[in-house]
Design a protein around this ligand. Structure first.
Ligand SMILES: Cc1cc2nc3c(=O)[nH]c(=O)nc-3n(C[C@H](O)[C@H](O)[C@H](O)COP(=O)(O)OP(=O)(O)OC[C@H]3O[C@@H](n4cnc5c(N)ncnc54)[C@H](O)[C@@H]3O)c2cc1C
Length: 330
């Protein structure tokens, strides 16, 4: 039996019968060659998992390392990283190399290989905007296949991989970092943070530093307070639904999307229902950001799900909106 409590940032109790560390593609191929019928859960940094305590047979812990420049031309630098590389360390390394483009995704926990799974995003950028291609192994056959960005079918916190859990093991990701760098500072508090430091024309590293500072203030440090970050996706609604809500709630934050729909802030909706800072047993709604559910110590996955259900019911009753859980429920 392998205790998974320390392997998920929510610190939820769960065990697996076996844990296999994959440090190379050859490790993964050897696993496929001898695997039986056991179901495997792929784990990177465990920062987007909600473990309910259900019996897990096998955990495949992805620890494939390595990062390198693949090529460059006048337009972009192509950089590759192994799936087991720490995401934030990789982002900072690209900045040190003088290849900006990922700085808005600084300090997101987890691994490079998991970043495409839910198309991580923050501060106005989704990782899909920087992915050139990735390599993934079919755990049924051992075939290593390249997916270009189109084949990944990215959308908001979603990809083709999220719909086939356990089938594809991402082994490496290649990023296209454009040479013509454009600062992306209009989102959230970035401009205010830079302004407070007297920075008018920020460098990529200064944007990264500003985002790190903002995130440290707003989000719980998993080493201190367990969480999986944002617990619900922001609902995306059509214009008519948004207008109807705005008529009743003029302060409703809403962000126009490329497809003409509007993204609403789930955290605001939850806060309006009075949940910010509330607790149900050891599970709670974070007092600095209502979108984050936390484990105050000793919570189980079932307790977190019960809290989530209560929040969803209140949001449904007040706004007639359905909140979708963001982390992968195991
Ligand atoms: C404090 C905090 C803040 C966060 N902020 C953000 C944020 O701003 N934006 C955001 O998008 N997310 C955020 N997250 C969520 C999380 O960090 C990301 O989803 C991250 O990409 C998860 O990486 P991981 O390695 O921990 O994945 P895990 O939790 O280990 O796995 C997540 C899913 O990906 C699968 N998976 C993992 N590795 C692989 C692989 N190599 N191949 C195939 N499947 C794989 C797993 O099976 C699982 O389904 C936050 C989380 C926390 C705790």
């Amino acid at each position: 039996m392998f205790d998974l409590t320390a392997l998920n940032t929510f610190a939820l109790p769960a065990t697996a019968q076996r844990l296999l560390r994959l440090q190379s593609c050859a490790d993964a191929q050897a696993f496929v060659a001898r695997r039986g019928r056991e179901a495997a859960l792929i784990v990177g940094g465990g920062s987007n998992l909600l473990l309910t305590g259900a019996a897990i047979e096998l955990v495949l812990k992805v620890e494939i390392r390595g990062r390198r420049k693949v090529s460059e031309d006048a337009a972009a630098v192509i950089v590759e990283a192994g799936a087991g590389e720490n995401w934030h360390d990789f982002v900072r390394w690209t900045l040190t190399q003088g290849w900006p483009g990922l700085e808005n995704l600084s300090l997101i926990p987890g691994t490079v290989g998991a970043a495409p799974i839910q198309n991580i995003g923050a501060y106005g950028l989704e990782v899909s905007e920087r992915i050139e291609a990735l390599d993934a192994m079919d755990l049924g056959t051992g075939e290593l296949r390249q997916f270009d960005a189109a084949a990944c079918r990215f959308s908001y916190r979603d990809s083709v991989f999220k719909h086939a859990p356990g089938r594809w093991l991402v082994t490496a990701v290649r990023f296209r970092l454009p040479r013509r760098w454009q600062p992306l500072t209009h989102y959230g508090d970035i401009e205010r943070e830079l302004g407070a430091q007297g920075i008018a024309a920020p460098t990529p590293r200064q944007i990264s530093d500003a985002i790190i500072a903002i995130r440290r203030r707003k989000l719980p440090d998993p080493a201190v307070l367990g969480s999986a970050g944002s617990f619900f996706k922001n609902p995306v609604v059509d214009q008519a639904a948004c207008a109807g809500l705005l008529a009743r709630y003029p302060a409703l934050p809403h962000y126009p999307q490329a497809d003409g729909r509007e993204k609403l802030a789930a955290g605001w909706l939850i806060e309006q229902c009075g949940w910010r800072g509330q607790r149900r047993g050891a599970a709670g709604c974070y007092d600095k950001q209502a979108l984050v559910l936390v484990n105050h110590g000793g919570a189980t996955g079932a307790e977190v799900l019960a809290l989530a259900d209560a929040i969803r019911a209140d949001v449904r009753a007040k706004f007639d909106l359905e909140l979708e859980i963001e982390p992968v429920v195991v």
